[in-house]
Ligand binder design. Structure first.
Ligand code: FE
Ligand code: CA
Length: 523
């Protein structure tokens, strides 16, 4: 009975959710408001832009602008159920002398009064400034930038990548430094929020216990999005975001929860978490979302210099083998039918890699691809089951495919592991002399894990056991990447502490990859 009831409820929610998306799609990005029920508000009791502004997913002629009206302010005004006309303006200068685009988006209660304006017809490779206005209040100004034309000969591209920002573990100082750099792009590789509390040193606090429902996820994003350093980074450049596990539940795999939730409960939870992700992120409405399914893998191109396939290794993966954690291999681990990407995403990726023609072909994803096995005290190989080591057949298929089709200069970008790494991607991690087919740059966390340390010892003989790993550091920060047609440069930027605000940042190490010569080298 319980099962039937929850299935019915699930279906009802799916249908409801589907119709919301349709109405949002009809509205999003239209220059004029077409929603009959939307109200133009003449005044508000307080600033509704307390979550800041953002932009994302730039193409040569388009970018998504985002904000979300503060529910507390709408509540004060008795507008929490209203559809609210929210105006945007876009200029080619920071002083807004000339407005090049303007319009209104209907902020609906169903989508938490978030707004996504999908602009069209912009000029390639151009910096724009934008702001929102509602009830006589104007938002902070955001800076964004369109991508260069797909065939443009781009001489240089600068972007940052980051991940893992457990709010309780530290301040988001890294974002303050990132904002000052005014990158062409900022890439977030997941763990933007955390669903639960953990750790011993907590410098600030989440509200409530582990989050499950839509209201919980919304409140968690509001806590994170209220951080001024995070807001500054969003306002400084367009972002490209993907998610990891903590946007839903630690180490979840498709419909499998970490602990005692049933698959149906996890899918309902996933639907809430994914909706909140959409509400709070500057992304286009993902095509094909229905109920708990929300495809977010996508591709961005920056001239002929870089193409980036943004991957999702959580939504479609087979359950972690052998009970998860660091374990000896077991039968399930060797099952060649297990997947990280799922069939549809894998086909989409593999097909494209076969014809990719940019200089640098990036896979922006979550989990470490290079082998990271350790050895137990009795000499047994231990495999970390949550990362690519736990899915050896699919990793091998991908690396062999890159080699077979000759994808130019594959580069894998990784988050999740709360530490900095640089590694060579070999066809066979058991054979140190096997061919190197790509480079992996792993960025540390923004705050997860607290202050961290500048250590070159991971423990368990791990570095000695993995000679393809060339660099390891466990401080907090981000990676600044500078690309030219000849060279990929990754500057690992770290801070001495995050448990107090205001830490300085410096380059701990620089690793490069040369075009035409796969693998990482210390600069
Ligand atoms: Fe994390
Ligand atoms: Ca993670």
């Amino acid at each position: 009975m319980t099962t039937l009831r929850s299935r019915r409820e699930f279906l009802r929610l799916s249908l409801h959710y589907g119709s919301l998306l349709t109405s949002a799609m009809a509205l999003g990005g239209l220059p004029a408001l077409s929603h009959g029920a939307a109200r133009r508000i003449s005044s508000l009791p307080a600033d509704p832009f307390t979550l800041g502004v953002a932009s994302g997913d730039p193409t040569p002629d388009s970018v998504v602008l985002w904000t979300r009206l503060a529910n507390s302010v709408l509540q004060q005004a008795g507008l929490q159920e209203a559809v609210i006309a929210t105006a945007f303006e876009v200029s080619d200068s920071a002083n807004f002398n000339r407005i090049v685009r303007s319009g209104e988006i209907a902020a609906t209660p169903e989508l938490g009064h978030s707004t996504h304006a999908e602009l069209r017809g912009l000029t390639p490779d151009t910096t724009y400034y934008y702001r929102w206005r509602v009830g006589g209040v104007t938002s902070p100004v955001g800076r964004t930038k369109t991508a260069p034309a797909a065939s443009a000969n781009l001489e240089e591209f600068r972007f940052a990548f980051a991940s893992c920002q457990q709010y309780e573990h530290g301040f988001f100082t890294a974002y303050q430094h990132m904002a000052e750099e005014e990158f062409d792009l900022i890439v977030h590789l997941g763990d933007y929020i955390y669903e639960s509390s953990w750790g011993e040193v907590l410098v600030r606090h989440h509200e409530g216990p582990e989050i499950i429902g839509l209201g919980d996820y919304r409140n968690r994003y509001i806590t994170y999005k209220s951080d001024p350093d995070l807001q500054a980074a969003h306002a400084s450049a367009p972002w490209v975001v993907t998610w990891d596990d903590h946007e839903v539940d630690n180490n979840y795999a498709a419909g499998m929860a970490e602990d005692d939730q049933t698959p149906e409960q996890l899918l309902r939870r996933r639907m809430a978490a994914y909706q909140a992700f959409y509400e709070f992120m500057p992304i286009r409405l993902p095509v094909g979302r229905q109920g708990p399914n929300m495809p977010i893998h996508r591709r961005l191109r920056f001239g002929n210099l870089m193409e980036m396939s943004v991957l999702d290794t959580r939504q479609y993966r087979s359950d972690q083998a052998c009970g998860d954690g660091r374990k000896p291999s077991c039968a399930a681990h060797q099952d060649s039918n297990r997947t990280l990407l799922g069939e549809a995403q894998r086909d989409w990726l593999f097909q494209h890699l076969a014809t990719a023609d940019a200089t640098w072909n990036v896979m922006a994803q979550q989990i470490m691809m290079a082998g990271l096995r350790s050895v137990s005290t009795d000499g047994e190989q231990l495999w970390p089951m949550d990362i690519w080591d736990g899915y050896p057949h699919e990793r091998s298929a991908l690396l062999n495919h890159l080699d077979a089709v000759g994808t130019p200069n594959p580069v894998v970008l990784t988050g999740d592991i709360h530490s900095n790494w640089a590694a060579n991607l070999h066809l066979d991690f058991d054979a140190p002399n096997s061919k190197i087919v790509g480079s992996e740059f792993v960025g540390t966390s923004i705050s997860s894990g607290g202050d961290g340390q500048d250590s070159n010892d991971y423990g368990s003989g791990l570095l000695a056991n993995n000679p393809h790993v060339k660099f390891y550091n466990a401080q907090r920060g981000y990676v600044a990447a500078t690309l030219t047609p000849q060279l990929w440069r990754s500057d690992y930027k770290v801070m001495p502490y995050v448990t107090e605000a205001g830490a300085p940042i410096s380059v701990r190490k620089t690793f490069v990859a040369e075009a035409g010569n796969p693998g990482v080298q210390e600069a």
